[in-house]
Ligand binder design. Sequence first.
Ligand code: GLU
Length: 460
Amino acid sequence: MAILTEVKQKEWQAAVNYVTEVYETVKKRNPGESEFHQAVKEIFDSLVPVFAKHPKYMEQSILERISEPERMITFRVPWVDDQGKPQVNRGFRVQFNSAIGPYKGGLRFHPSVNASIIRFLGFEQIFKNSLTGQPIGGGKGGSDFDPKGKSESEIMKFTQSFMTELAKHIGPDLDVPAGDIGVGAREIGYMFGQYKRLRGAHEAGVLTGKGIGYGGSLARTEATGFGTVYFVEEMLKDQGLSFNGSTVVVSGSGNVSIYAIQKATQLGAKVVACSDSNGYIYDKNGINLDTVKRLKEVERKRISEYVTEHPEARYVEGCSGIWTIPCDIALPCATQNEINEINAKVLVANGVKAVGEGANMPSSLEAIEVFLNNKVLFAPAKAANAGGVAVSALEMAQNSMRLAWTFEEVDAKLHEIMVNIYKNSVKAAEEYGFPGNLVVGANIAGFLKVADNMIAQGVV
Ligand code: GLU
Protein backbone atom coordinates (compact mmCIF):
# COMPACT_ATOMS: atom_id res chain seq x y z
CA MET A 1 0.00 0.00 0.00
CA ALA A 2 1.28 3.44 -0.86
CA ILE A 3 2.03 5.68 2.05
CA LEU A 4 -0.02 8.81 2.62
CA THR A 5 2.20 11.85 2.42
CA GLU A 6 0.72 13.55 5.47
CA VAL A 7 0.89 10.48 7.66
CA LYS A 8 4.21 9.72 9.26
CA GLN A 9 5.92 6.42 8.63
CA LYS A 10 5.76 5.58 12.35
CA GLU A 11 2.00 5.94 12.57
CA TRP A 12 1.53 3.90 9.43
CA GLN A 13 3.71 1.12 10.85
CA ALA A 14 1.78 1.14 14.15
CA ALA A 15 -1.45 0.71 12.18
CA VAL A 16 -0.01 -2.15 10.13
CA ASN A 17 1.21 -3.86 13.31
CA TYR A 18 -2.19 -3.48 14.95
CA VAL A 19 -4.07 -4.89 11.97
CA THR A 20 -1.63 -7.82 11.65
CA GLU A 21 -1.84 -8.67 15.35
CA VAL A 22 -5.63 -8.66 15.50
CA TYR A 23 -5.85 -10.62 12.25
CA GLU A 24 -3.62 -13.33 13.77
CA THR A 25 -5.87 -13.45 16.85
CA VAL A 26 -8.97 -13.80 14.66
CA LYS A 27 -7.34 -16.68 12.79
CA LYS A 28 -6.37 -18.42 16.01
CA ARG A 29 -9.80 -17.94 17.51
CA ASN A 30 -11.60 -19.26 14.41
CA PRO A 31 -9.36 -22.06 13.15
CA GLY A 32 -9.98 -23.42 9.67
CA GLU A 33 -12.55 -20.74 8.78
CA SER A 34 -10.90 -19.71 5.53
CA GLU A 35 -13.80 -17.68 4.12
CA PHE A 36 -14.11 -15.73 7.35
CA HIS A 37 -10.35 -15.11 7.42
CA GLN A 38 -10.52 -13.85 3.82
CA ALA A 39 -13.36 -11.41 4.54
CA VAL A 40 -11.58 -10.14 7.66
CA LYS A 41 -8.28 -9.69 5.84
CA GLU A 42 -9.86 -7.64 3.08
CA ILE A 43 -11.51 -5.26 5.55
CA PHE A 44 -8.60 -5.03 7.98
CA ASP A 45 -6.07 -4.20 5.23
CA SER A 46 -8.34 -1.45 3.92
CA LEU A 47 -8.49 0.15 7.36
CA VAL A 48 -4.75 0.77 7.83
CA PRO A 49 -5.04 4.39 6.61
CA VAL A 50 -7.87 5.00 9.09
CA PHE A 51 -5.85 3.78 12.07
CA ALA A 52 -2.75 5.66 10.91
CA LYS A 53 -4.78 8.86 10.85
CA HIS A 54 -7.00 8.22 13.90
CA PRO A 55 -5.26 6.10 16.55
CA LYS A 56 -8.35 6.40 18.78
CA TYR A 57 -9.85 3.34 17.06
CA MET A 58 -6.82 1.26 18.07
CA GLU A 59 -7.02 2.60 21.63
CA GLN A 60 -10.66 1.49 21.68
CA SER A 61 -9.71 -2.06 20.51
CA ILE A 62 -12.25 -1.62 17.75
CA LEU A 63 -11.06 -4.47 15.51
CA GLU A 64 -11.01 -6.95 18.37
CA ARG A 65 -14.60 -5.98 19.16
CA ILE A 66 -15.99 -5.74 15.65
CA SER A 67 -14.60 -9.13 14.54
CA GLU A 68 -16.20 -11.06 17.41
CA PRO A 69 -19.95 -11.65 16.89
CA GLU A 70 -22.26 -10.42 19.63
CA ARG A 71 -23.86 -13.88 19.43
CA MET A 72 -23.51 -17.02 17.30
CA ILE A 73 -26.38 -19.50 17.52
CA THR A 74 -26.11 -23.08 16.25
CA PHE A 75 -29.03 -25.46 16.42
CA ARG A 76 -30.37 -28.84 15.34
CA VAL A 77 -33.01 -28.85 12.63
CA PRO A 78 -34.83 -32.20 12.66
CA TRP A 79 -37.41 -33.03 9.98
CA VAL A 80 -39.02 -36.10 8.42
CA ASP A 81 -38.54 -36.78 4.70
CA ASP A 82 -41.17 -38.11 2.28
CA GLN A 83 -40.10 -41.69 3.01
CA GLY A 84 -40.83 -41.17 6.70
CA LYS A 85 -37.15 -41.11 7.67
CA PRO A 86 -35.96 -38.54 10.24
CA GLN A 87 -33.29 -36.18 8.90
CA VAL A 88 -31.07 -33.70 10.72
CA ASN A 89 -29.50 -30.49 9.46
CA ARG A 90 -27.58 -27.78 11.23
CA GLY A 91 -29.04 -24.28 11.57
CA PHE A 92 -27.08 -21.06 12.21
CA ARG A 93 -27.75 -17.45 13.03
CA VAL A 94 -24.93 -15.01 13.67
CA GLN A 95 -25.94 -11.76 15.34
CA PHE A 96 -22.77 -9.90 14.54
CA ASN A 97 -23.26 -6.24 15.29
CA SER A 98 -26.20 -4.14 16.50
CA ALA A 99 -24.52 -0.73 16.83
CA ILE A 100 -26.72 1.00 14.27
CA GLY A 101 -29.88 -1.10 14.27
CA PRO A 102 -31.42 -4.55 14.70
CA TYR A 103 -29.39 -7.42 13.22
CA LYS A 104 -30.28 -7.72 9.55
CA GLY A 105 -29.24 -10.20 6.91
CA GLY A 106 -30.34 -13.16 4.88
CA LEU A 107 -30.62 -16.90 5.41
CA ARG A 108 -28.76 -19.27 3.09
CA PHE A 109 -29.84 -22.89 2.53
CA HIS A 110 -27.00 -24.67 0.76
CA PRO A 111 -24.96 -27.82 1.50
CA SER A 112 -21.76 -25.73 1.72
CA VAL A 113 -23.08 -23.70 4.69
CA ASN A 114 -20.91 -23.97 7.80
CA ALA A 115 -19.72 -21.66 10.58
CA SER A 116 -17.07 -20.05 8.35
CA ILE A 117 -19.53 -19.20 5.58
CA ILE A 118 -22.07 -17.77 8.01
CA ARG A 119 -19.42 -15.78 9.90
CA PHE A 120 -17.95 -14.31 6.70
CA LEU A 121 -21.39 -13.37 5.38
CA GLY A 122 -22.40 -11.87 8.73
CA PHE A 123 -19.17 -9.89 8.96
CA GLU A 124 -19.59 -8.48 5.44
CA GLN A 125 -23.20 -7.62 6.24
CA ILE A 126 -22.16 -5.21 9.03
CA PHE A 127 -20.34 -2.93 6.59
CA LYS A 128 -22.75 -3.41 3.70
CA ASN A 129 -25.72 -2.49 5.86
CA SER A 130 -23.89 0.54 7.21
CA LEU A 131 -23.20 1.71 3.64
CA THR A 132 -26.91 1.70 2.79
CA GLY A 133 -27.43 4.58 5.21
CA GLN A 134 -30.34 2.66 6.76
CA PRO A 135 -30.59 1.81 10.49
CA ILE A 136 -29.68 -1.87 10.27
CA GLY A 137 -27.03 -3.92 12.07
CA GLY A 138 -25.31 -7.01 10.71
CA GLY A 139 -26.50 -10.62 10.89
CA LYS A 140 -26.72 -13.74 8.78
CA GLY A 141 -27.92 -17.30 9.03
CA GLY A 142 -28.85 -20.46 7.24
CA SER A 143 -28.44 -24.18 7.10
CA ASP A 144 -26.52 -26.91 5.30
CA PHE A 145 -29.90 -28.20 4.03
CA ASP A 146 -29.84 -28.78 0.26
CA PRO A 147 -33.13 -27.69 -1.33
CA LYS A 148 -32.12 -29.28 -4.65
CA GLY A 149 -34.27 -32.31 -5.46
CA LYS A 150 -36.50 -31.90 -2.40
CA SER A 151 -40.28 -32.08 -2.73
CA GLU A 152 -42.59 -29.16 -1.87
CA SER A 153 -43.64 -30.91 1.33
CA GLU A 154 -40.03 -31.58 2.38
CA ILE A 155 -39.16 -27.91 1.80
CA MET A 156 -42.10 -26.87 3.96
CA LYS A 157 -41.34 -29.34 6.75
CA PHE A 158 -37.68 -28.39 6.89
CA THR A 159 -38.39 -24.67 6.76
CA GLN A 160 -41.01 -24.86 9.53
CA SER A 161 -38.65 -26.84 11.74
CA PHE A 162 -35.86 -24.32 11.09
CA MET A 163 -38.16 -21.46 12.10
CA THR A 164 -39.39 -23.27 15.21
CA GLU A 165 -35.94 -22.79 16.69
CA LEU A 166 -35.00 -19.51 14.99
CA ALA A 167 -38.19 -17.84 16.26
CA LYS A 168 -36.71 -17.83 19.78
CA HIS A 169 -33.99 -15.45 18.65
CA ILE A 170 -35.58 -12.99 16.20
CA GLY A 171 -38.13 -10.15 16.18
CA PRO A 172 -38.94 -6.92 14.31
CA ASP A 173 -36.76 -4.84 16.68
CA LEU A 174 -34.20 -7.54 17.39
CA ASP A 175 -33.15 -9.50 14.31
CA VAL A 176 -34.79 -9.50 10.88
CA PRO A 177 -33.79 -12.32 8.51
CA ALA A 178 -34.48 -12.43 4.76
CA GLY A 179 -33.47 -14.58 1.80
CA ASP A 180 -30.13 -15.50 0.28
CA ILE A 181 -29.03 -18.49 -1.83
CA GLY A 182 -31.70 -21.22 -1.60
CA VAL A 183 -34.17 -19.00 0.25
CA GLY A 184 -36.71 -17.13 -1.87
CA ALA A 185 -40.34 -16.03 -1.64
CA ARG A 186 -41.59 -19.61 -1.08
CA GLU A 187 -39.32 -20.26 1.91
CA ILE A 188 -39.91 -16.80 3.41
CA GLY A 189 -43.66 -17.47 3.14
CA TYR A 190 -43.41 -20.77 5.02
CA MET A 191 -41.14 -19.21 7.65
CA PHE A 192 -43.44 -16.25 8.14
CA GLY A 193 -46.42 -18.58 8.55
CA GLN A 194 -44.62 -20.64 11.18
CA TYR A 195 -43.35 -17.57 13.05
CA LYS A 196 -46.85 -16.09 13.11
CA ARG A 197 -48.26 -19.34 14.44
CA LEU A 198 -45.65 -19.56 17.20
CA ARG A 199 -46.02 -15.91 18.24
CA GLY A 200 -49.77 -15.73 17.86
CA ALA A 201 -49.34 -12.32 16.25
CA HIS A 202 -48.86 -10.84 12.79
CA GLU A 203 -45.51 -9.11 13.25
CA ALA A 204 -44.87 -8.15 9.62
CA GLY A 205 -41.44 -6.64 10.27
CA VAL A 206 -39.83 -9.88 11.48
CA LEU A 207 -38.79 -11.01 7.99
CA THR A 208 -38.23 -9.22 4.70
CA GLY A 209 -38.64 -10.43 1.16
CA LYS A 210 -42.24 -11.33 2.04
CA GLY A 211 -45.05 -11.74 -0.48
CA ILE A 212 -46.71 -8.46 -1.45
CA GLY A 213 -50.05 -9.60 0.03
CA TYR A 214 -48.71 -9.91 3.59
CA GLY A 215 -46.32 -7.00 4.03
CA GLY A 216 -43.70 -7.45 1.33
CA SER A 217 -42.30 -4.47 -0.55
CA LEU A 218 -42.62 -3.92 -4.26
CA ALA A 219 -39.20 -3.93 -5.95
CA ARG A 220 -37.59 -6.08 -3.22
CA THR A 221 -37.34 -9.02 -5.63
CA GLU A 222 -35.55 -6.88 -8.21
CA ALA A 223 -33.51 -4.84 -5.72
CA THR A 224 -30.16 -6.65 -5.52
CA GLY A 225 -29.76 -7.13 -9.28
CA PHE A 226 -31.09 -3.68 -10.16
CA GLY A 227 -28.93 -2.12 -7.43
CA THR A 228 -25.76 -3.77 -8.73
CA VAL A 229 -26.42 -2.38 -12.20
CA TYR A 230 -27.26 1.10 -10.82
CA PHE A 231 -23.97 1.10 -8.93
CA VAL A 232 -21.92 -0.06 -11.93
CA GLU A 233 -23.72 2.44 -14.16
CA GLU A 234 -22.61 5.25 -11.84
CA MET A 235 -19.03 3.95 -11.82
CA LEU A 236 -19.00 3.71 -15.63
CA LYS A 237 -20.52 7.17 -16.01
CA ASP A 238 -17.63 8.72 -14.09
CA GLN A 239 -15.28 7.40 -16.79
CA GLY A 240 -17.49 8.42 -19.72
CA LEU A 241 -18.65 4.81 -20.24
CA SER A 242 -22.06 3.12 -20.09
CA PHE A 243 -23.91 -0.18 -20.37
CA ASN A 244 -25.31 0.93 -23.71
CA GLY A 245 -23.79 -1.14 -26.51
CA SER A 246 -21.60 -3.19 -24.15
CA THR A 247 -21.26 -6.97 -23.96
CA VAL A 248 -21.95 -8.34 -20.49
CA VAL A 249 -21.40 -11.68 -18.78
CA VAL A 250 -23.48 -12.42 -15.67
CA SER A 251 -22.76 -15.54 -13.66
CA GLY A 252 -25.54 -17.35 -11.81
CA SER A 253 -29.21 -17.55 -12.73
CA GLY A 254 -30.83 -16.91 -9.38
CA ASN A 255 -32.63 -13.83 -8.15
CA VAL A 256 -29.61 -11.49 -8.28
CA SER A 257 -28.52 -12.57 -11.77
CA ILE A 258 -31.99 -12.46 -13.31
CA TYR A 259 -32.63 -8.86 -12.31
CA ALA A 260 -29.07 -7.76 -13.11
CA ILE A 261 -29.61 -9.18 -16.62
CA GLN A 262 -32.96 -7.41 -16.87
CA LYS A 263 -31.64 -3.98 -15.86
CA ALA A 264 -28.42 -4.23 -17.89
CA THR A 265 -30.48 -5.17 -20.95
CA GLN A 266 -32.86 -2.25 -20.31
CA LEU A 267 -29.83 0.04 -20.31
CA GLY A 268 -28.81 -1.19 -23.76
CA ALA A 269 -26.32 -3.95 -22.92
CA LYS A 270 -26.20 -7.37 -24.57
CA VAL A 271 -25.93 -10.08 -21.91
CA VAL A 272 -24.41 -13.10 -23.61
CA ALA A 273 -24.02 -15.63 -20.78
CA CYS A 274 -25.28 -16.85 -17.43
CA SER A 275 -24.80 -20.04 -15.40
CA ASP A 276 -25.86 -22.34 -12.60
CA SER A 277 -23.78 -24.62 -10.38
CA ASN A 278 -23.48 -27.23 -13.18
CA GLY A 279 -22.43 -25.10 -16.15
CA TYR A 280 -23.06 -22.03 -18.28
CA ILE A 281 -24.92 -21.01 -21.41
CA TYR A 282 -23.51 -18.73 -24.08
CA ASP A 283 -25.82 -17.05 -26.56
CA LYS A 284 -23.92 -14.61 -28.74
CA ASN A 285 -27.12 -12.81 -29.77
CA GLY A 286 -28.03 -12.12 -26.17
CA ILE A 287 -29.75 -14.55 -23.81
CA ASN A 288 -33.53 -14.76 -23.69
CA LEU A 289 -34.42 -13.71 -20.16
CA ASP A 290 -38.01 -14.96 -20.32
CA THR A 291 -36.72 -18.48 -20.86
CA VAL A 292 -34.19 -18.19 -18.02
CA LYS A 293 -36.89 -16.80 -15.71
CA ARG A 294 -39.34 -19.57 -16.49
CA LEU A 295 -36.73 -22.33 -16.19
CA LYS A 296 -35.34 -21.05 -12.91
CA GLU A 297 -38.20 -19.28 -11.13
CA VAL A 298 -41.15 -21.42 -12.20
CA GLU A 299 -39.97 -24.83 -13.35
CA ARG A 300 -36.87 -24.94 -11.08
CA LYS A 301 -34.86 -26.69 -13.79
CA ARG A 302 -31.15 -26.66 -14.74
CA ILE A 303 -29.82 -23.93 -17.04
CA SER A 304 -28.69 -26.65 -19.51
CA GLU A 305 -32.37 -26.92 -20.56
CA TYR A 306 -32.05 -23.48 -22.17
CA VAL A 307 -30.38 -24.88 -25.29
CA THR A 308 -33.24 -27.23 -26.09
CA GLU A 309 -35.41 -24.14 -26.65
CA HIS A 310 -32.61 -22.03 -28.13
CA PRO A 311 -30.46 -24.31 -30.28
CA GLU A 312 -28.34 -21.34 -31.42
CA ALA A 313 -26.97 -21.12 -27.84
CA ARG A 314 -24.22 -23.29 -26.40
CA TYR A 315 -24.17 -25.08 -23.01
CA VAL A 316 -20.82 -25.85 -21.38
CA GLU A 317 -20.34 -28.07 -18.29
CA GLY A 318 -18.51 -26.43 -15.37
CA CYS A 319 -19.02 -22.83 -14.27
CA SER A 320 -15.63 -21.13 -14.22
CA GLY A 321 -15.33 -21.29 -18.04
CA ILE A 322 -17.86 -18.47 -18.17
CA TRP A 323 -15.01 -16.05 -17.41
CA THR A 324 -13.23 -16.98 -20.66
CA ILE A 325 -16.01 -15.31 -22.67
CA PRO A 326 -14.80 -11.90 -23.89
CA CYS A 327 -16.89 -9.08 -22.39
CA ASP A 328 -16.77 -5.40 -21.50
CA ILE A 329 -18.49 -5.84 -18.15
CA ALA A 330 -18.50 -8.88 -15.86
CA LEU A 331 -21.13 -9.23 -13.15
CA PRO A 332 -20.36 -12.18 -10.86
CA CYS A 333 -23.74 -12.88 -9.24
CA ALA A 334 -23.42 -16.56 -8.22
CA THR A 335 -21.41 -17.19 -5.05
CA GLN A 336 -18.19 -16.63 -3.06
CA ASN A 337 -14.78 -17.12 -4.70
CA GLU A 338 -16.20 -17.82 -8.14
CA ILE A 339 -13.44 -15.65 -9.71
CA ASN A 340 -9.90 -16.71 -8.87
CA GLU A 341 -6.63 -15.13 -9.94
CA ILE A 342 -6.50 -17.04 -13.23
CA ASN A 343 -10.11 -16.20 -14.13
CA ALA A 344 -9.32 -12.53 -13.40
CA LYS A 345 -6.22 -12.60 -15.62
CA VAL A 346 -8.21 -14.10 -18.48
CA LEU A 347 -10.92 -11.45 -18.09
CA VAL A 348 -8.25 -8.74 -18.19
CA ALA A 349 -6.53 -10.30 -21.22
CA ASN A 350 -9.91 -10.30 -22.98
CA GLY A 351 -10.34 -6.58 -22.33
CA VAL A 352 -12.85 -6.40 -19.47
CA LYS A 353 -13.43 -2.76 -18.48
CA ALA A 354 -15.55 -3.17 -15.37
CA VAL A 355 -16.44 -5.82 -12.78
CA GLY A 356 -19.47 -5.45 -10.52
CA GLU A 357 -19.95 -7.94 -7.70
CA GLY A 358 -23.60 -8.96 -7.31
CA ALA A 359 -22.78 -11.99 -5.15
CA ASN A 360 -21.10 -11.86 -1.75
CA MET A 361 -17.26 -12.01 -2.02
CA PRO A 362 -17.25 -13.56 -5.53
CA SER A 363 -13.65 -12.50 -6.23
CA SER A 364 -10.72 -13.96 -4.29
CA LEU A 365 -8.24 -11.51 -2.74
CA GLU A 366 -5.76 -12.33 -5.54
CA ALA A 367 -8.41 -11.71 -8.22
CA ILE A 368 -9.18 -8.29 -6.74
CA GLU A 369 -5.45 -7.44 -6.89
CA VAL A 370 -5.41 -8.39 -10.58
CA PHE A 371 -8.36 -6.12 -11.36
CA LEU A 372 -7.00 -3.17 -9.39
CA ASN A 373 -3.46 -3.52 -10.79
CA ASN A 374 -4.85 -3.55 -14.32
CA LYS A 375 -7.05 -0.48 -13.83
CA VAL A 376 -10.27 -2.44 -14.27
CA LEU A 377 -13.16 -0.51 -12.71
CA PHE A 378 -14.05 -2.67 -9.73
CA ALA A 379 -17.32 -2.45 -7.76
CA PRO A 380 -16.90 -4.49 -4.55
CA ALA A 381 -19.77 -6.62 -3.25
CA LYS A 382 -20.40 -4.73 -0.02
CA ALA A 383 -21.22 -1.64 -2.02
CA ALA A 384 -22.51 -3.05 -5.29
CA ASN A 385 -24.91 -5.65 -3.91
CA ALA A 386 -26.24 -3.57 -1.01
CA GLY A 387 -29.45 -2.79 -2.90
CA GLY A 388 -31.17 -5.95 -1.69
CA VAL A 389 -30.73 -5.29 1.98
CA ALA A 390 -31.37 -1.56 1.45
CA VAL A 391 -34.84 -2.33 0.09
CA SER A 392 -35.30 -4.82 2.94
CA ALA A 393 -34.83 -1.86 5.27
CA LEU A 394 -37.43 0.04 3.22
CA GLU A 395 -39.74 -2.97 3.65
CA MET A 396 -39.23 -2.74 7.42
CA ALA A 397 -40.04 0.99 7.29
CA GLN A 398 -43.26 0.33 5.35
CA ASN A 399 -44.22 -2.42 7.83
CA SER A 400 -43.70 -0.04 10.77
CA MET A 401 -45.88 2.60 9.10
CA ARG A 402 -48.43 0.02 7.90
CA LEU A 403 -48.16 1.58 4.47
CA ALA A 404 -47.07 0.34 1.06
CA TRP A 405 -45.13 2.41 -1.46
CA THR A 406 -45.46 1.99 -5.22
CA PHE A 407 -42.86 0.15 -7.29
CA GLU A 408 -41.67 3.47 -8.72
CA GLU A 409 -41.23 5.03 -5.28
CA VAL A 410 -39.17 2.12 -3.98
CA ASP A 411 -37.13 1.87 -7.17
CA ALA A 412 -36.35 5.60 -7.05
CA LYS A 413 -35.21 5.31 -3.42
CA LEU A 414 -33.07 2.28 -4.32
CA HIS A 415 -31.46 4.23 -7.14
CA GLU A 416 -30.71 7.14 -4.84
CA ILE A 417 -29.23 4.81 -2.21
CA MET A 418 -26.92 3.16 -4.77
CA VAL A 419 -25.73 6.53 -6.08
CA ASN A 420 -25.02 7.65 -2.50
CA ILE A 421 -23.09 4.46 -1.71
CA TYR A 422 -21.00 5.08 -4.81
CA LYS A 423 -20.36 8.73 -3.91
CA ASN A 424 -19.51 7.95 -0.28
CA SER A 425 -17.12 5.18 -1.31
CA VAL A 426 -15.37 7.43 -3.84
CA LYS A 427 -15.10 10.19 -1.23
CA ALA A 428 -13.67 7.93 1.48
CA ALA A 429 -11.13 6.42 -0.94
CA GLU A 430 -9.96 9.90 -1.88
CA GLU A 431 -9.88 11.20 1.67
CA TYR A 432 -7.72 8.32 2.86
CA GLY A 433 -5.24 8.40 -0.02
CA PHE A 434 -6.49 5.72 -2.41
CA PRO A 435 -8.39 7.61 -5.11
CA GLY A 436 -10.48 5.35 -7.34
CA ASN A 437 -10.07 2.30 -5.10
CA LEU A 438 -13.66 1.42 -4.22
CA VAL A 439 -12.62 -1.60 -2.14
CA VAL A 440 -10.80 0.66 0.28
CA GLY A 441 -13.44 3.40 -0.03
CA ALA A 442 -16.45 1.16 0.66
CA ASN A 443 -14.74 -0.62 3.55
CA ILE A 444 -13.71 2.65 5.20
CA ALA A 445 -17.08 4.37 4.70
CA GLY A 446 -18.94 1.33 6.05
CA PHE A 447 -16.56 0.93 8.97
CA LEU A 448 -16.49 4.53 10.23
CA LYS A 449 -20.23 4.73 10.88
CA VAL A 450 -20.31 1.44 12.78
CA ALA A 451 -17.11 2.14 14.74
CA ASP A 452 -18.19 5.64 15.82
CA ASN A 453 -21.56 4.35 17.01
CA MET A 454 -19.98 1.43 18.85
CA ILE A 455 -17.73 3.86 20.70
CA ALA A 456 -20.67 6.15 21.46
CA GLN A 457 -22.48 3.25 23.14
CA GLY A 458 -19.57 2.25 25.39
CA VAL A 459 -17.91 -1.12 25.81
CA VAL A 460 -20.87 -3.47 25.34
N1 GLU B 1 -28.99 -11.85 1.43
C1 GLU B 1 -28.95 -10.50 0.98
C2 GLU B 1 -27.59 -9.92 1.22
O1 GLU B 1 -26.59 -10.62 1.09
C3 GLU B 1 -30.11 -9.66 1.51
C4 GLU B 1 -30.22 -9.59 2.98
C5 GLU B 1 -31.51 -8.89 3.48
O2 GLU B 1 -32.30 -8.45 2.68
O3 GLU B 1 -31.64 -8.80 4.70
O4 GLU B 1 -27.40 -8.76 1.49
